[in-house]
Structure formats: structure tokens, C-alpha cells
Design a protein around this ligand. Structure first.
Ligand SMILES: Cc1cc2nc3c(=O)[nH]c(=O)nc-3n(C[C@H](O)[C@H](O)[C@H](O)COP(=O)(O)O)c2cc1C
Length: 176
């Protein structure tokens, strides 16, 4: 009840980096494995397709969250924060999470459902991030306002991949 009371969108962030443990917790809350025996995740997914990949855009580069090993895989070392969204706070915030659908993992779904499911599945991940942030006093906002073409190029995404949402995370402005 407490985190639901405190869940909100914030658009003012401190540029202060988050500690590695905090980033690790955010990513696990977002879409980590909470049932290792089955590979079950912290967010539900339609037909358990688990088609959303969670990326983290940091000042030092782009990383993909590998849930199986709970590790970050470095994709490249370019600072692409300015492409993570159209709003001015995005480029200075320490973390931008990007939820990317990989349609090569949606073969079980009919063609007209794939995009609906990808949007729903990403939204659950987003809410997990919101609730974790509420529990830790972190600021966050999910964003559909993204130049998907430019960001997909900067993220080196393939033809089966589509950016669904981005979500900025950091300390609230003025808190440190
Ligand atoms: C699908 C979706 C897309 C959103 N896109 C943006 C966005 O691009 N930029 C932004 O500042 N907020 C965005 N938001 C946040 C909403 O504006 C926000 O949730 C709404 O104003 C209610 O405020 P609250 O989250 O504090 O309750 C988005 C929210 C959702 C669910």
C-alpha cells in the first residue's frame, strides 16, 4: 500500500549517478528472474513469450540486461543519452531504461496480437520500475515520446526489434 501511495511520474532528475547495486535492483525489479526453477520473471508476459529486452542507456554506454545471468552486456561505449528521448531532462539523467520488443520471440502469437502484447508486456515492466522507485525514493517517468528511428539506429537494433517505451530513472533533483 505504501509504494502505491507514493508511485508517481517525476520529470526533474539529479545528474548524480546511481550506485551499481541500485541499477542492479532496478533491472531485477523490472524484469529479473524471480523463479529460477522455471525461468519465471518479475513481470508477466503474454503466453510467457518474454519478448521484451531491457536496455540501459548510461553516460558510459549502452547495455542490455541479461536476466539469466543477472548481468549487463555492453553493446557499445557511446553516450547516446541525448537520443533517449525528446524531453530536456532525458540527456542529463543517469539512467534511461529502454524496453525493446524482439518479435522473433513472438511466433506463438497471431500477427494482429504481437504489438498489443508487446505494449502490454512492456507496461508491466514499467510499473515494476515505478514501484521499485517509489520504494527507494527514486524519481522515474515512462516515456512514449521517443524518436524511435534515431534511437533504434543508435542502439544498433535489428529488423525484428521495436522500441516500445523508454523510462528515465535517477535521484530526484535537489536531493543530492
Ligand atoms: C504509455 C505511456 C506513455 C507516456 N509517455 C510519456 C512521455 O513521453 N513523457 C512524459 O513526460 N510522460 C509520459 N507518460 C507519463 C504520464 O504523463 C503520467 O503517467 C501521467 O501524467 C499521470 O501522472 P502520474 O504517473 O504521476 O500519475 C506516459 C505514460 C504512459 C502510461
Amino acid at each position: 500500500m505504501q509504494v502505491l501511495k507514493e508511485r508517481k511520474s517525476s520529470r526533474e532528475f539529479s545528474p548524480q549517478e546511481l550506485p551499481a547495486q541500485e541499477l542492479s535492483n532496478i533491472l531485477w525489479a523490472a524484469f529479473g528472474i524471480n523463479r529460477p526453477e522455471t525461468g519465471g520473471r518479475t513481470a508477466p508476459s503474454a503466453m510467457n513469450m518474454q519478448e521484451i529486452d531491457v536496455y540501459a542507456i548510461l553516460a558510459e554506454g549502452l547495455y542490455r540486461y541479461e536476466a539469466k545471468t543477472h548481468a549487463l552486456k555492453r553493446i557499445h561505449g557511446n553516450d547516446i543519452r541525448a537520443l533517449a528521448g525528446k524531453q530536456p531532462f532525458v540527456k542529463d539523467a543517469p539512467v534511461n531504461i529502454v524496453m525493446v520488443a524482439d518479435y522473433s520471440r513472438t511466433t506463438k502469437a497471431s500477427q494482429d496480437r504481437k504489438n498489443v502484447y508487446a505494449n502490454a508486456d512492456a507496461a508491466y515492466i514499467s510499473e515494476n520500475i515505478y514501484l521499485y522507485c517509489a520504494s527507494e525514493g527514486l524519481a522515474t517517468v515512462v516515456r512514449a515520446s521517443v524518436d524511435r528511428q534515431a534511437l533504434a539506429k543508435a542502439m544498433h537494433l535489428g529488423p525484428d526489434q521495436e522500441i516500445i517505451f523508454a523510462q528515465t530513472v535517477g535521484y530526484p533533483k535537489g536531493s543530492r
